[in-house]
Design a protein. Structure first.
Ligand SMILES: NC(=O)c1ccc[n+]([C@@H]2O[C@H](COP(=O)([O-])OP(=O)(O)OC[C@H]3O[C@@H](n4cnc5c(N)ncnc54)[C@H](OP(=O)(O)O)[C@@H]3O)[C@@H](O)[C@H]2O)c1
Length: 264
């Protein structure tokens, strides 16, 4: 096994754009065969045209049957998958004033249940073979609920919790699990937003950091370091101190909510 290329065949969800796409390109450049999944077949075909080692397997992660079928098709066409990176995800801001149960459920359907759907066939195959590497793309947003994160943060907290529950048991079966917790990365997801994004980094840098961490078999890849330090600190603070800091931020910058209607 080549130290620079510890995997032969990778399955990446969310590969049509942003972090997943960049990982697909960079793994293929290193000689890894990549099965690329997302809904937009056109973007996947364009990606596959850029490197013969990339193959498109379009599908929606919210469809559990489709994820099983895609995994079977990948192994039939490309051989055993030994790296599965689940990066498909959506961001939707939500505050008290625009709270929507449906938006929360839609975000959970992709970011958490979508990972479960893809995980089931991959984990079963890896566990039965006693090898393989699974990675969830979560976020530092999963450490603490913060501004506008009422729909998104719970989905990422769920992934972090899931990884903690599975990691020791998978390790005993010879399967690696990595939780990837990025801060802000320049991708179409962040380009659609206008709020301040401290310490944002280019997607190319993010992909290199992720591949380096994966090839070293790290449990957690959290970056860039300044937002990692900030969010890890918020995570371990007692709740009273956390909410005091949040309130200081709100007093300085506002809640993000529209102004309340004046009393009649
Ligand atoms: N960018 C950041 O600052 C940042 C920070 C922390 C964590 N993350 C996480 O990183 C992951 C990738 O985000 P990104 O920034 O690369 O965003 P992005 O450019 O918007 O990419 C999102 C990817 O998810 C796919 N996707 C969305 N819904 C899907 C569905 N139902 N089924 C299959 N694929 C679906 C999209 O493809 P289609 O639309 O073609 O389906 C696209 O390939 C997400 O999980 C995100 O939460 C991002």
């Amino acid at each position: 096994m080549d130290a620079a290329r510890p995997w032969k065949t990778a399955w990446i969800t969310g590969a049509s754009s942003g972090i997943g796409r960049e990982l697909a390109l960079r793994l293929a450049e290193r000689g890894v065969r990549v099965a690329a999944t997302a809904r937009s077949a056109g973007n996947l075909n364009a990606l596959a045209a850029s490197n013969p080692l990339i193959s498109p397997y379009p599908g929606d992660v919210t469809d559990a049957v489709a994820m099983k079928d895609i995994f079977t098709a990948i192994e039939r066409d490309l051989g055993p998958v030994d790296l599965a990176i689940f990066s498909a995800g959506v961001w939707q801001g939500m505050l008290v004033s625009d709270f929507s149960a449906q938006r929360g459920k839609d975000t959970m359907a992709v970011n958490y249940f979508g990972v479960l759907n893809a995980l089931e066939p991959a984990m079963a195959a890896f566990a039965s073979r006693g090898r393989g590497h699974i990675a969830f793309v979560s976020s530092v947003a999963g450490f603490r609920g913060l501004m506008k994160g009422a729909a998104y943060a719970p989905t990422k907290a769920a992934l972090i919790s899931l990884s903690e529950a599975l990691y020791p048991h998978l390790a005993r079966k010879g399967v690696k699990l990595t939780i990837i917790n990025p801060g802000y990365i320049v991708t179409p997801m962040t380009q659609r937003e206008t709020f301040p994004m401290p310490f944002i980094i280019p997607v190319e840098q993010a992909a290199e950091t992720i591949i380096s961490g994966l090839s070293r078999g790290k449990y957690e890849i959290v970056f860039p370091w300044r937002i990692a330090l900030l969010m890890k600190t918020l995570r371990v603070l007692p709740n009273w101190a956390f909410f005091r800091l949040v309130n200081m931020g709100i007093n300085r910058r506002g809640t993000g909510e529209p102004p309340s209607a004046p009393n009649a």
